[in-house]
Design a binder for this molecule. Structure first.
Ligand code: ZN
Length: 502
């Protein structure tokens, strides 16, 4: 007996003092499929706050990473559960061995996924190598004190209408981060070529690849399948922490829920940083939020069960985006209004559209839902996923711009009045040259947005303004130049009618 006890003690000590497993939280040890037969079962499932491997639960088959207790709870609620013979932790361990223990050559940045420090260094390299076109943007600081950084890319430092892109709200979605970085690289290396030269003459593209740096670091050190930020160890889903519809359906109220909404709208520094970044831009024209996975292009609303007044515009624009993506590698992306899926209240695209009425899309990138492991994917997906986002961005920019840059080359800054093509959308809405009076060209704009890292003054002002929805509406309502799309004026009226969900 003593011998047994001694052995047990030695084993306990070994466990207690063993190094932290690099990537595993063994409690969530089983990837499962749940067969959801109807909306009632769907509601029952989504209320459990599980780690479901879809941002948008739906009737049908849904995967999730679960503990034994959670599987028991599912079955006790009458839900049909099937365990999959896929060891996602083995996938994660193999990936860890590759990216940490034997990382790809440093000069081939896109050969594999990269740690945060390497990403940050690469942002600096891009800005240093091409300072006339590229500058570092600092939009805030995470809970654990990490800088949330990105880059601004344009033809030069003159303020222009902004296309704003972020990735990595959800830490484990590494392919969304590499895709954002891919777009940065492609715009820089292709800056003198069509169609990127025209795009960068007309717009500034601001890309923040890792908006949740604490979570991202944690996926490298502790739990490859971590999703949220690192608030108090349990984390908050920042994509349920935005003010539009905050607290509504599709958000979790238990801090341990994978979709936990936080203690208040914008309680998290990461969502605050995104808010201030978007609101602080002098002339935002579109917002893209990159996620993985499922190959979807989603547009508002995602939190209430009705379409926006701009539904026809969104449908036409998202169709252009998915066609541009499919033209590359025949990958099928599906454009969807968020409301066609289960609600996701408090998400960033609903907020961006609701506050400033700009085209806002959440892109769920590769792989498809039936892939073996949607988060741990082979590095050979980095290029196609990145190229697809790039193609979508170009299609979106062409749709929003609706006109070609001044062929004479005499336009400066955001003067987009040149050219003879006026965009026409499937719903008949024309851009009517409103871009020509862009606020970025009227001389009132201050220094180029985001030319100095850590410049949060603008963001602070925006934060103050963002508490006043009327003020936010005035951004688009009083300055006709801000509205690239006449149809989006309808969106502003729609926003005023819609009261947030409870
Ligand atoms: Zn996500």
């Amino acid at each position: 007996m003593d011998r047994v006890r001694r052995r047990w003690s030695a084993w306990t000590l070994a466990v207690l003092f063993a190094p932290t497993p690099a990537i595993a939280t063994p409690a969530r040890d089983g990837l499962i499929e749940v067969e959801v037969r109807d909306r009632e079962e769907l509601a029952r499932l989504t209320k459990m706050g599980l780690d479901l491997w879809t941002e948008h639960p739906h009737v049908g088959t849904i995967r999730g990473l679960t503990s034994a207790a959670e599987r028991d709870a599912l079955r006790s609620r009458g839900l049909r559960v099937r365990s999959l013979d896929i060891d996602v932790w083995a996938d994660a361990a193999a990936e860890h061995a590759r990216v940490v223990d034997a990382p790809a050559a440093a000069d081939e940045f896109f050969a594999d996924f990269r740690e945060l420090a390497v990403i940050d260094a690469q942002l600096d390299t891009w800005a240093t190598d091409d300072p006339s076109r590229v500058s570092i943007v600092g939009i805030g600081t995470s809970i654990e004190g990490r800088s949330i950084r990105g880059v601004r890319i344009s033809s030069d430092a003159t303020p222009r209408p902004g296309l704003l892109i972020n990735a990595g709200q959800h830490a484990r979605e590494w392919l969304s981060i590499t895709s954002a970085l891919w777009v940065v690289d492609a715009l820089i290396t292709g800056a003198d070529e069509a169609p990127y030269a025209a795009l960068l003459e007309q717009f500034e593209v601001v890309i923040v690849p890792v908006v949740n740096p604490d979570g991202y670091v944690y996926t490298w050190s502790d739990d490859r399948y971590w999703r949220k930020n690192r608030r108090d160890g349990h984390g908050v889903d920042t994509n349920r922490n935005f003010a539009e519809g905050w607290g509504g359906e599709g958000a979790g109220f238990d801090p341990l829920d994978e979709n936990y909404l936080g203690s208040a709208a914008f309680s998290e520094p990461e969502s605050q940083a995104l808010r201030d970044w978007v609101m602080g831009h002098p002339d935002p024209r579109a917002y893209l939020d990159l996620h993985c996975f499922g190959q979807l292009v989603l547009y508002p609303w995602g939190h209430v069960g009705e379409p926006t007044d701009d539904d026809a515009m969104f449908a036409a624009q998202s169709q252009q985006m998915v066609e541009a993506m499919a033209a590359l590698f025949d990958a099928e992306y599906t454009p969807l209004q968020g409301v066609d899926l289960y609600p996701a209240a408090g998400n960033s695209i609903d907020w961006a559209y609701g506050q400033i009425a700009i085209p806002s899309y959440a892109m769920e990138l590769r792989p498809n839902f039936d892939d073996r492991d949607g988060f741990v994917v082979a590095p050979d997906l980095i290029e196609p996923a990145g190229e697809e986002v790039l193609a979508a961005l170009v299609a979106l920019a062409q749709s929003i711009g609706g006109n070609e840059p001044d062929p004479s080359g005499t336009s400066s800054g955001g003067d987009t009045s040149g050219g003879d093509v006026t965009g026409e959308f499937a719903d008949g809405t024309r851009t009517t040259g409103e871009l020509a009076t862009s606020s970025a060209t009227d001389g009132t704009s201050a220094a180029p947005y985001g030319t100095a890292e850590g410049d949060e003054t603008r963001g602070s002002d925006a934060a103050a303004a963002s508490g006043d929805s009327a003020g936010c509406g005035c951004r688009g309502g009083t300055d006709p130049g801000v509205m690239g799309l006449g149809a989006l004026a309808l969106g502003l009226r729609r926003r005023r009618r819609a009261s947030p969900s409870p």
